[in-house]
Write a protein that binds this ligand. Structure first.
Ligand SMILES: Cc1cc2nc3c(=O)[nH]c(=O)nc-3n(C[C@H](O)[C@H](O)[C@H](O)COP(=O)(O)O)c2cc1C
Length: 490
């Protein structure tokens, strides 16, 4: 009889992990359902008495897919797993609370000090320094404070929140309880997208287990399932939605840390931000800050998707180049054709081109290109990518997902769609490009939130990519907007 780890993770299950688990049990083996390791192209991946196999289609043909000892698997061993260190190795329901209880004895100020020293920035998209929000919630007197977890994970090509909630839900519970203790919040709510039923089930089971362990007597947790709007990932729309209202952006200020859910101080964080907290307290903030590059400290959970050979999640220090990620980790395009573009940071992210491949993936280096890292997702395209179509898609997405509250986003996105369609059918004339450029300026400057405010990024970077292949147009030729050209000129 062998001891077999079988992932209970949405992708692995779609590829047959449940059936493999049943068959292994019927053959008398001890089966432990764990989370996934994030190596999507190896799923379903089994670990039998410490030896890894994948992708497993047939239990009687394991030799053909033998990967060697799990501990030596380079795709895992070469990562710097801080958030995902337990994921895949453990039964998500086996939990010893002693480490967490020790942390909850620490002084709130001391914990906030560690977060400050770590340089942790939000992993949801904006990259805002976490300690400033923690300190604000701590300093704002109120009868009730909240921790709200943003698990809406709407960005294309992203799945880090899902993987950790399926594979190590207690990591999130630890992050929530520690941040609650540090800021004075005794209620936490997880806003989870409805498309993640397995994550919902596993997280709900973990909540039951936490309740049985007595943990929820000091910090209450609620799981809220969203209804499926991209805009509800934007923190103020998310709060509206949690209050039972239509998901519409709020004016800021006040920021949620001062007046958030039901007007009370609220710490809104992405799943991965909160899941980074236990590792920071373990390592110490200063040691964590030494990982990464410049003010992009620690690790990012990069997620590779689209036209890529070895898609999956790779937790690596910030600063790795786009080339290393796409070529070394991802193995290049799945079609085998040359790299064409990668959209980094979700549907509002920039299209980076071949000439950007050596860009280090850190907040500052990306900002210098007028781009961002977002939630760490990359969607890769080969050289057949139609970048004009992608520019059209950016406006189309915005028109579909806009909450409609502000005019630049609601109307601008529709006019933008028309303008790119005219460009595609009528050719690249100076006046057509001028219209798009002005519209982009307007959306950037006058939209109420980054939905309309960032849509120009994919538009400009995609059109810049097309123009740099042929024409000499100054407006878009920078590839990533004029900002890029200005920074190149110094
Ligand atoms: C249109 C839009 C969609 C967003 N979607 C998400 C999302 O799905 N998940 C997320 O964590 N942050 C999302 N954000 C960012 C949040 O507004 C917010 O910055 C984040 O939850 C703060 O958490 P952090 O400090 O941990 O990054 C979105 C922002 C915008 C403008």
């Amino acid at each position: 009889m062998s001891r077999v780890l079988v992932p209970n993770e949405a992708l692995a299950n779609a590829l047959g992990a449940n059936e493999l688990a049943r068959e292994l049990q019927a053959r008398g083996h001890e089966v432990i359902r764990t989370g996934g390791f994030g190596l999507a192209w190896l799923e379903p991946m089994l670990v039998i008495d410490g030896e890894a196999y994948g992708p497993v289609r047939d239990l009687d043909a394991l030799d053909a897919v033998a990967l060697g000892p799990l501990a030596e698997l380079p795709e895992l061993a070469r990562q710097r797993r801080i958030v995902f260190d337990r994921c895949g190795h453990v039964d998500p329901m086996e939990y010893d609370a002693s480490w967490l209880l020790e942390q909850l004895e620490r002084e709130p100020r001391e914990i906030i000090g560690e977060i400050k020293a770590s340089g942790l920035r939000g992993r949801g998209g904006a990259g805002f320094p976490a300690h400033i929000k923690w300190q604000t919630v701590f300093d704002t007197p109120a009868p009730q404070k909240y921790i709200v977890v943003n698990a809406d994970e709407g960005d294309s090509g992203t799945f880090a929140d899902r993987l950790i909630m399926e594979g190590d839900p207690f990591r999130l519970i630890e992050g929530m309880m520690i941040s609650g203790h540090a800021t004075g919040a005794d209620k936490g709510i997880v806003y989870l997208r409805s498309e993640y039923p397995l994550a919902a089930e596993i997280f709900a089971n973990a909540m039951d287990k936490a309740r049985a362990l007595g943990l929820l007597e000091r910090f209450d947790i609620e799981l809220f399932i969203g209804a499926g709007a991209y805009i509800c990932g934007e923190e103020t729309s998310l709060l509206e939605s949690l209050e039972g209202k239509r998901g519409e952006v709020r004016f800021k200020p006040p920021v949620p840390a001062v007046a958030g859910l039901f007007g009370q101080p609220t710490l809104v964080h992405n799943v991965i931000t909160l899941c980074s907290v236990p590792g920071i307290l373990d390592l110490g903030g200063k040691a964590y800050a030494e990982i990464g590059t410049g003010a992009s400290t620690g690790t990012s959970t990069f997620q590779l998707a689209g036209n890529i050979k070895r898609g999956g999640l790779y937790e690596l220090p910030f600063g790795i180049s786009l080339r290393e990620l796409v070529e070394d980790w991802g193995g290049g395009t799945r079609t085998g054709r040359p790299f064409g573009a990668a959209q980094v940071g979700g549907p509002l992210g920039a299209y980076l081109l071949e000439r950007h491949l050596d860009t280090p993936l850190g907040y500052e280096d990306m900002a210098a290109l007028g781009a961002g890292i977002g939630h760490g997702g990359l969607v890769v395209f080969d050289d057949t990518v139609d970048l004009v179509r992608q520019a059209h898609y950016a406006f189309e997405f915005c028109a579909h997902e806009s909450c409609g509250k502000c005019t630049p986003c609601r109307i601008g996105s529709v006019r933008g769609k028309e303008a790119v369609a005219a460009l595609a059918s009528g050719g690249y004339t100076e006046d057509r490009l001028e219209v798009i450029d002005e519209l982009c300026d307007l959306m950037e400057q006058a939209s109420l939130c980054q939905m309309g405010g960032m849509t120009p990024i994919p538009v400009r970077s995609a059109l810049g990519g097309v123009l740099s292949r042929g024409s000499r147009n100054e407006k878009f030729h920078g590839g990533i907007v004029r900002k890029n050209r200005e920074s190149e000129r110094g």
